[in-house]
Design a protein around this ligand. Structure first.
Ligand SMILES: Nc1ncnc2c1ncn2[C@@H]1O[C@H](COP(=O)(O)OP(=O)(O)OP(=O)(O)O)[C@@H](O)[C@H]1O
Ligand SMILES: [Mg+2]
Length: 223
């Protein structure tokens, strides 16, 4: 489904080239639950941004469903990203000036997908499933961390993506709340067959994943 071949992401620092990720060869199949593990600065977020088409590699190719994404125009690429991937971040990344419902509906504005239910209907059915329906008109900063992360997951799911990319989704939550979020991601993988890629540096978070990818100094050392 997603294939990275000889992928590098390089930056020029003080005239020298620094590779945040190097020579990544990775195939991600539909329905997988993958944990990306590694110490701080090892390139986990960089790799996640590449997989999620938020960033272009400086070398190598990324193919999504057999298509080389470097061949897509900017608008084709944003459309693919918008419909194919949902992102969940450690800091939730919700917009505090918008209500919960408005936050959740944001990705639907640019989507050209056809659904039988309206965006609002989809939002309410997901909010009900995740126990945040009564928060629809609240503002994110009035919610607990766990509730905010559930809003972020709802927003990530609104366009029915094939992949959820979660970068340290439990990093700002207490253990119990974090565990509930992980259970929810596990359910989405098992029941809804959504591919989940989870970045973490906690080994006990990674036990949920069927496949673990260890990264160190930008390179995959174990997968
Ligand atoms: N835009 C950039 N310009 C230069 N260097 C960068 C840039 N983005 C990331 N890096 C460097 O690339 C390396 C990998 O960063 P990355 O954010 O991917 O690490 P990480 O594994 O996610 O770390 P953490 O666990 O702390 O989130 C780091 O050394 C970082 O400083
Ligand atoms: Mg990171």
């Amino acid at each position: 489904m997603i294939k990275l071949s000889n992928v590098f992401k390089e930056y020029k620092l003080d005239g020298e080239i620094f590779a945040a990720v190097k020579n990544i060869n990775l195939s991600i199949n539909k329905g997988e639950f993958i944990a990306i593990l590694g110490p701080s600065g090892s390139g986990k977020s960089t790799l996640m941004h590449l997989i999620g088409l938020l960033d272009n590699p400086t070398r190598g190719t990324i193919c999504v469903e057999g298509k080389d994404v470097s061949k897509l125009s900017d608008s084709q690429l944003s459309l693919l990203r918008n419909e194919f991937v949902g992102f969940v971040f450690q800091q939730f990344n919700l917009i505090n000036k918008l209500t919960v419902l408005e936050n959740i509906l944001l990705p639907t504005i640019y989507s050209k997908q056809k659904f039988s239910a309206s965006p609002e209907e989809r939002a309410f059915s997901l909010m009900e499933r995740f126990g945040i329906k009564e928060k629809a008109t609240s503002y994110p900063n009035k919610l607990s961390g766990g509730q905010q992360q559930r809003v972020a997951i709802t927003r990530a799911l609104i366009n029915n993506p094939k992949v959820i990319l979660a970068d340290e989704p439990t990093g700002n939550l207490d253990t119990k709340t974090g565990d509930k979020i992980l259970t929810l991601l596990t359910e989405l993988n098992r029941e809804d067959k959504i591919t989940v890629i989870l970045v973490t540096h906690e080994a006990d978070v990674a036990v949920r994943a069927k496949r673990k990818i260890q990264i160190r100094d930008g390179e995959i050392v174990k997968s």
